[in-house]
Each structure stands twice: as C-alpha cells, then as structure tokens.
Design a protein around this ligand. Structure first.
Ligand code: FAD
Length: 962
C-alpha cells in the first residue's frame, strides 16, 4: 500500500538538496509579518481540526504504517523505488532522455540493487519506441565512457548491436589464448562485472519475444524442409526474458535444464545455421550463442569468490552409487554426446560409468578443437560436475577391444549408451599421399591439442611448422582449426578448398577469424597429386583449377575440374576432409547394425538393434556438430530412464557388480616385475587386468609412460588373465622407450590401452606343413605368443630367431620362454638361431635359413612351408617379404608403425599397399598390425619410419640420452 502517490511531474533531479536562501529584504520582513498572522490563524484551524473525526482516522493510519514499516522495512524501500520509477516513467515520455538523466539512470542501473532490478525490468517491459529512446540516450551521452555504445542507436535493434569482445588479430595470431572472449572479455578492458552484465542486458533489449519462437523450433521452408532451431531445445525466448529482467542466475538455471554444456555449445555451435540463422532480427541476429556461454562462465567467475555456496548446495546430495536406487548405466565415449548423457542420467540418480578410449576426456572437444577456441578447463569443469554427481570415468578403455558391449552388460550395467563419434579421417586417395609431410588434421590436432606437442616438456613430436609452407585441404571447422593452429606455430598457411568461400561449411566466425589472422585462402582448387622433392618428403602439391557446376546432393554447387592445373609449394599438407565412423564397435558385435557409411543404425528411438544399447552423436550421424551430439545424448538419456524397470533387489545386485567392474577397470597400471634381458632391452610386467582378460595373440597395446609422454604402440609379449598382468619387452631407442626402461616395480604407467589391432589369423595346417616364424631381435617377443598359439592348435612351428650377437640374446637360455615352449611342445617346435657375427647359432641374418627353405622347394626339414610370419626391424621384414615373394610363399609381417591414438583416429600408421594394381591405404592399427607382406609397397612405406627422426634426435639430446 502507498500512502502518497508521486507527482507525475516530479523529476528525478527534484530530489536534490534546495539552494541557500537569498539575504532578507524589507518587503520580505513585511511578508514575514503577514505570514505570522496567517500562521496564527492557521494554528487555530489546526487545533480545531485535530479534534475532528477525520484527523483521528489519519492518526490511526499513521500508527498502522509505522508498525508496518518496523515489521517490514522492505516496504519502505519499495515505496521509494515506486516513487523513483514514476519519475523515470515521466522522463521516458519526453522526446529524448537528457544527459543528466541518462547519467543518473545509468548510475542507478550500475548499483546492482533492488532499485536497479526494478529499472531493468521496467526498461525491458516498455514498448520498443521507449527502448530506442534509451539506446539513443546511451549512444549520445555515454559513449565517451563506453566506446562500444557509439553509433549503437543507428538501425537498432535489428541492424546494430554491441559486439562481444574478440582479441585483435595482431595480438592473438601467435598465441593459443582464447580468441573470442565474449562479453566477459570487456572485463579485460577494465569494465566491472556489473558493467558487463549491463552490456549483455543491452544486447537482450533487442529481443522481440517472438511468439512462434523460430530460434527454438526452427522454421518450415516452402519445400517442407525444416531450417534452424535448437537441437537441444533451449528455451531461448524464456532465457532472454529472464535476462531482460536482470535475472541472470535464473536464466542460467533455465538454460542448464535444457543443456548441461552451454559453456561449450555456446562457443562452438554453428548458430548461424540454427538459432541465429532463423532469428527474426534479419539484419543482425541476436548473439544467442554468446549469451549462452556468457551465463555459465559468469557464474564460474562469481562462484570462485563464494565457494561456500557451492558446498551448501551439495550438502545433502546422495551419490547414486551409494544410494543404489536406480540401475547402473555405461556410457561409451566422453565426447559431448556421452558427457551430456552421463550428466543427465547422473542428475536423475543413475550410477554411471563413462568408458573412454583416450587417456583424456572430452572427445573432439579436447583432441580436435584448439584451446584458442575452447579452453580445456571447460571440459574439466563438466567432468568434475559429473564426478560430483557420482559419475565415474575409466580412461584407456576401448570398448570393442578392452571389453565388448556384452561384457559391460554382463558386468551389471543395465543399459549402455554408445557415443563413440566418427573418428576415422578421410583422405583423397591421390598419388603422393603416403609422403612424409602429408597427414590428417586429426593427427596434427591430436599431436598439438591432446599431446601438447608444441610444449617443450612434452614428448610427442610435431612436424616442423615454423616458417614452412603449410597447406590445409578442406573448408570445414577442422580445416580452420588446423590452419589457425599452424599459423600460431609460425607457419605460412594456405587453405585450399575446391568450391568457393560461400559453400565452405566452416562456422562463419571461424573463417572470418582465420582470414583476419592472415591465413591465405585458395578457392576452386582441388589437389590432384603431392610430389616429393627427394627424401620422400612432400615439396609441392599439384592442384586442379575448378569451377562450380550444378548443385549436388548437399544442395551446394559441385566443383568441376576445368582441366587447368597449378603447383603450390608446401612442406606440410594437412588433410581436413571429414571423418568416417570407426569400425571397432561394430566389428566387435555383429548384432549392432550399421549403415553403408558405417554409422550405427538406430531402431527404436535412440536404441540400436542390440537390446539395451543406445547410441547418438557422430556415431550415428557421421561427422556432425557438438550440439547435435548433445541433443542425441539428451534424448537417449530420457529414453533410457523411461525404459528401465527393475526390482530393488536386482538394482542393488547390478550396482554392486558394476561398481566392482569399474574399480577394476580404473585400477592403475602398476609395474609388478622388471628385468633387464639384454643390453638396453627390458621385460616389464604390469597390472592391466582388463587387457589381460581380452588379449589375443598378435595384438598390441598403446602405452603412455607418464602424463607428458608420448603414446607408443608395444606388442603384447605375454599376459596372464588370472594374475591380471601383461608383459611388454621394450628396447630403449628413443627417449620415450628409454624412459620406460628406466621405470621400476611400483611405478605406474599413465595409461595402457588395449589390446589393439586385429589378432593373428590362425589356420590349422596339415601334419606335413610348418609355420615359419622369422623373429629379428625384439621381434621375438611379439612372435612368441603367436607361435605358442599355433603350437596349441597343433601346428608345427619353425622358429628362426636372429640376434646381432650372442650378447644380445634373450629368452633363449634354460628356464626362459623359448626353452619352456620346447619342453612343452617337443618336436612340434624347431628352433634355428642365427647371429649376424656367428657368435651363437648360424652366422648371418634370419633370411639365410629361410632362403635355404625356399631353395629347397619351400620345404623345411621335410615339411612344406605353409606360411611365413616375420616380425622385427622393418628392413628385415622387407628382406623376408622380397625373398618369399619370389617363391609365392604366403607371408605376413607385423608392423609396429608410427601411431598416435592406435585406434584408427589419426591415420598416422598408414601403410601403402597395392591391390589389383591400385594403391590403397591400409592402417596398421585397425587393418593390422599383421598385413600381407607381398602387397606392401615397401619403397613408399619404409621412409615413413624416418618422419620424426630429427625430432627424436633433438628429444634424446634434451634428455641427455644421445
Ligand atoms: P566425439 O566428440 O568424437 O567423442 C567420441 C569419444 O568416444 C572420443 O573421446 C573417443 O575417443 C571415444 N571413443 C571412440 N571409440 C571408442 C571406443 N571404442 N571405446 C571408448 N571410447 C571410444 N562441431 C561444432 O558444433 N562446432 C565446431 O566448431 C566444431 N569444430 C570441430 C573441429 C574439429 C577439429 C573436429 C574434428 C570436429 C569439430 N566439430 C565441431 C564436430 C564436433 O566436435 C563433433 O560433431 C562432436 O564432437 C561429436 O560428438 P560425439 O560425442 O558424438 O563424438
């Protein structure tokens, strides 16, 4: 209740103190006498009135008011606020807002109190013409203090806005710091948090609160197709309404209820095709993406000052693994699809474990998108939120290899969500693609982003980029990221794209930023060939000049060769041509149905053909967007929660089993035994229970010795499923292998993933046949389990083990592995030793006894040579291959190539093979490691081992190991 309405004519400056009275004059004294007389008469009247009924009623009301104010001081403040607002209403009704008024009003808004909240609500609610008046006023009167307001009123609201802060190109192009710092970036220019809040609020003032909400639902085009909208259905107009009212925390809560990753998706979504693409502000759509990530980032900054609020919010939270009221869920892959799925299910009280193939979490968000676009701390934040909700993470766990989907179900997980992405890079299949200096963007970005190869104290090598000519093939976000990363590493970068700029699929902002950073763009050019300048390293690309033809299936005009070609000099070629699906999951369970592009097919909503297994994101769509992946993860979470109906007893049992399984899978890879078996060669046995359970002969593991180390492939020399251990034999040649060799029992590897690659293909052979193994040096450990498997199958085995010299022998003497096999299998195993210097066994290379067998008509000791399996130094394998090829003796080699992820994602382990006269790309990690030796183009393959020789040398020197 208000007892006195403010006069509508009262202006805000009327509340200022009155000026001092002038000096008394004669007339004034006369006037004073008159007034005294009048006052006395009035006093009589007052005395009379004080005894009237009306006065008594007024007194009572005053008493009541006093009581109310004492009980609720808030209402007093409200009175003043209401009063002030009335004054402001009056001002807004004038033709223009004056300078004084604008300054006072802005200062009131800056106060961030109840009054400023009322003012924000008021201005948000007034009709557009008044908002325009306000914006014109801040443009006219405040732009000296806020240069970003200058000119704002022109074409406001539809054609003008306050841009989020982007670091100038000259400042940012050499560092990996965030480029678009958004509205919060204004903090770095000295503006306060409140000023930044108001800048955001000003952007929101442009919103029209459209009833048909195209930003959420999209629009239907004339051809019936749907355009735009938000894949996770963020209630954008409602968010804007809350922001317009100044309710930032409520807006954040609302957005997070639709999308737990706003800090990520706000930065990387292609808003120009989604919410902003259909915004009715056609001139300059609202900065919805920027607002989306501003809110959580603002909260993050503010929460740092108030950690106690956070603690309070979690006080009574029951961890779903302890509450055990809902069945456990397994999530495979920690990209946006998996993270959202896990987050939402955890908030619903489901115990969740995320199994991730890499040693780090986040999927493409971490290994693909560089930190200058998306800081890793944001992924870490999301991960810790999920952990706080009870979610568990198991890294270095490759589903389909370490365990199958069925294994996870058997371990108690009631449902499994597969969010494994589409990690297999595409190539062009043009001549010269095998050359050193030609690599996929996945490999390049993984080396830089995931493995931090640009930092001196990290081990992973990087191709030389500084002052080199780098060409990037492609026009999507991956191409932009590879280009801008190369630029930051000092390269002279050119993006080569086969259509025109208009057709480029990259986010408009990323392309604009790339061009600002002085990256060259060469459009209507398609690579035809890469040419070496000697030493098997690329030196130039031959590109075809294109023109645009009719639209293709994507609706974009297709590139058509004109017949003309050009040559572009280059030292590094990075292919950013999109990704295909990784076959690991589908190959591990034939019940999963896949499309002809390899994507997982969904049968019932988000459920796959395999019961209780759901999927989404790039795994089902092929390369798409983070927000689509997030939307899929969200929908699958809703369906999973809806589909689950188990008894309390079954839930308790499943939770206990899944918890045990998770603990075992996450246990550290601790070294339990280590012995020097020859100079520079060490045998290490380490705990890896899940790998030991699944290991098969011929497979390998990917080892990360320590967090800043590099990922290196090592073939499994042995394993013991019962003891939960695996055995590796490591020759210290590079700094990473030397570091491993220096590890001691009790030390733990930062990660071991596996078993990887295809197991050996084992065939039954006749009694008069033999399988010949050629093991050169450290080729013996990988040969050992394969030979043992053949022996166990009943095949006869001839093992030719070659060493440099007697001093380099291992596993040979009494009680050693080879002798143990001889004891166990007797005549079924024949062993031939040779040393280069003849100090033990035959003098010469392993090819010598093999040559004798070939010359004898492919006969070894009376037995026909059924097949030859050669493992060892690449030159030895080539020697064996060339020898047996002449005799058409089936030969397999096991390739320990240069790899990064070792699951098909980087494409680094490319092996050029020739099939029916055509060059085909195979990858040692997914097609191998064993490949038909006779189809390998060894001339092209062997130089790939030299790719990082210079960097390895430098690393050895850095460690003082050379
Ligand atoms: P991913 O992010 O690929 O995550 C899959 C995860 O599963 C990975 O961590 C992987 O290691 C793991 N995994 C795979 N197989 C297994 C297995 N067998 N067992 C266990 N774990 C497994 N989109 C945008 O919207 N905006 C952008 O700006 C943008 N830029 C991009 C830049 C680059 C360089 C790339 C490569 C992509 C970009 N994208 C962008 C696409 C976007 O990142 C993807 O669409 C999105 O990450 C897909 O999410 P996802 O969860 O389905 O898969």
């Amino acid at each position: 209740m208000r007892i006195e309405a403010a006069s509508p004519g009262r202006r805000l400056d009327a509340v200022k103190p009155a000026p001092s009275p002038p000096a008394p004059k004669r007339e004034d004294i006369e006037a004073y006498a008159e007034a005294t007389h009048a006052l006395e008469a009035t006093q009589d009247e007052v005395d009379r009135l004080e005894h009237t009924e009306a006065f008594e009623t007024f007194q009572k009301q005053l008493g009541l008011l006093r009581k109310r104010l004492l009980a609720s001081p808030q209402s007093l403040r409200q009175m003043f606020i209401d009063d002030g607002v009335q004054a402001i209403v009056w001002e807004f009704k004038q033709d223009a807002l004056g300078a004084d008024f604008t300054h006072v009003l802005w200062d009131l808004l800056l106060r961030d109190d109840a009054m400023s909240a009322v003012l924000q609500r008021f201005i948000w609610s007034v009709p557009l013409k008044f908002k325009r008046r306000f914006v014109a006023a801040i443009d006219a009167h405040l732009s000296e203090r806020y240069p970003m307001f200058a000119g704002l009123s022109k074409d406001w609201p539809s054609g003008n806005f306050i841009p989020p802060y982007v670091r100038p190109a000259a400042q940012r192009k050499d560092d990996f710091e965030l480029v678009t710092t958004g509205y919060l970036g204004y903090l770095s220019l000295g503006y306060s948090q409140r000023e930044v809040d108001l800048i955001v609020w000003l952007e929101v003032l442009r919103d029209k609160q459209c009833e048909d909400r195209p930003c959420v639902h999209g629009i239907t085009l004339a051809n019936g197709k749907q355009k735009g909208g938000c894949p996770v259905a963020i209630l954008i107009p409602d968010m804007l309404n809350l922001l317009g009212e100044g309710r930032f925390k409520d807006a954040l809560k609302l957005i997070q209820s639709c999308n737990p990753l706003p800090n990520v998706t706000g930065r990387v979504c292609p808003q120009e095709h989604q919410c902003q693409g259909v915004c009715t502000m056609t001139g300059r759509p609202l900065e919805i993406g920027q607002l989306e990530w501003f809110l959580p980032e603002r909260e993050r900054l503010l929460a740092k000052d108030h950690p106690e609020e956070d603690e309070e919010a979690w006080k009574n939270y029951v961890n779903p693994w302890e509450g055990a009221t809902k069945p456990p869920i397994a999530v495979v892959g920690s990209g946006p699809a998996g993270l959202i799925n896990a987050y939402l299910l955890s908030t619903e009280g489901y115990p969740v474990t995320i199994f991730e193939a890499f040693h780090e979490l986040g999927g493409v968000l971490r290994y693909g998108i560089p930190e200058f676009r998306l800081p890793n701390t944001l992924i870490d934040d999301t991960v810790s939120k999920i952990q706080r909700l009870g979610g568990k993470f198991v890294t270095n766990f490759v589903v389909g290899k370490t365990a199958t989907l069925q294994n996870l179900k058997d371990a108690g997980f009631a449902k499994v969500f597969v969010g494994t992405g589409a990690g297999l890079p595409r190539f062009l299949s043009v001549p010269g693609e095998h050359l050193n200096g030609v690599m996929s963007a996945n490999e390049f970005l993984t080396r830089v982003n995931l493995m931090q190869a640009r930092l001196e104290d990290h081990e992973t090598p990087l191709p030389f980029v500084k002052d080199k000519n780098i060409i990037i093939i492609g026009g999507g976000n991956t191409a932009m990221d590879a280009a801008r990363t190369s630029k930051r590493l000092g390269g002279n970068v050119t993006i080569v794209y086969r259509r025109t700029r208009k057709e480029m699929p990259a986010r408009v902002e990323e392309l604009a930023h790339a061009l600002e950073e002085e990256i060259n763009l060469m459009v209507l050019r398609g690579p035809r060939e890469f040419v070496s300048g000697g030493e098997h390293h690329v030196c130039h690309a031959v590109v075809e000049v294109m023109e645009l033809g009719p639209p293709d299936k994507s609706g974009r005009r297709s590139p058509v060769p004109t017949g003309a070609t050009e040559t572009i000099p280059c030292d590094l070629v990075i292919m950013a041509l999109g990704n295909d699906s990784n076959p690991i999951i589908k190959d591990s369970d034939s019940r999963i149905k896949t499309s002809r592009w390899g994507t997982i097919v969904l049968e019932h909503g988000a459920e796959t053909a395999l019961d209780d297994v759901y999927s989404g994101g790039d795994a089902t769509r092929g390369g798409s967007t983070a927000i689509n992946a997030a939307g899929d993860g969200k929908r699958a979470a809703e369906q999973i929660a809806h589909d689950l109906h188990l008894s309390a007893a079954e839930i308790a049992d499943r939770v206990a089993r899944a918890a045990d399984y998770t603990a075992q899978a996450a246990s550290p890879f601790t070294i339990v035994e280590r012995r020097d078996i020859a100079t520079g060669i060490v045998e290490i046995t380490a705990k890896a229970p899940m790998i030991a359970k699944s290991a098969r002969a011929g497979q390998f593991v990917r080892v990360l010795p320590e967090p800043k180390g590099e990922l290196i492939p090592l073939t499994l020399a042995d394993w013991d499923a019962k003891a939960g251990t695996i055995t590796l034999v490591v020759q210290g040649v590079g700094s990473s292998s030397i570091l491993i060799n220096n590890m001691k029992p009790g030390d733990a590897f930062a990660g071991i993933a596996g078993p990887l690659g295809q197991p050996s293909k084992l065939h039954h052979y006749a009694k008069d046949e033999t399988v010949v193994f050629c093991a050169g040096g450290v080729g013996l450990p990988p040969v050992y389990p394969i030979a043992r498997e053949h022996l166990r199958m009943g095949n006869h085995v001839t093992l030719i083990a070659g060493f440099r010299t007697e001093g380099a022998l291992f596993w040979v003497g009494a009680g050693e592995r080879v002798e143990a096999l001889q004891k166990e299998f007797g005549d079924q195993l024949e062993v031939i030793y040779c040393t280069n210097d003849g100090t033990f066994g035959l003098k010469g290379f392993v090819t010598m006894p093999l040559q004798a067998m070939m010359d004898a008509g492919k006969i070894s000791n009376g037995r026909k040579v059924a097949e030859v399996i050669a493992i060892g130094p690449p030159l030895m394998m080539r020697g064996v291959s060339e020898l047996t090829k002449k005799f058409a003796a089936p030969t397999v080699v096991s390739l320990n190539s240069i790899m990064v992820d070792a699951t098909g994602m980087c494409g680094a382990c490319m092996v050029p093979v020739v099939i029916e006269g055509k060059m085909v790309r195979k990858h040692a990690c997914i097609d191998g490691p064993e490949l038909d030796a006779h189809i390998i183009d060894w001339d092209k393959f062997l130089p790939r081992f030299q790719q990082f020789k210079a960097q390895e040398k430098a690393s050895l020197a850095r460690h003082g190991l050379n």
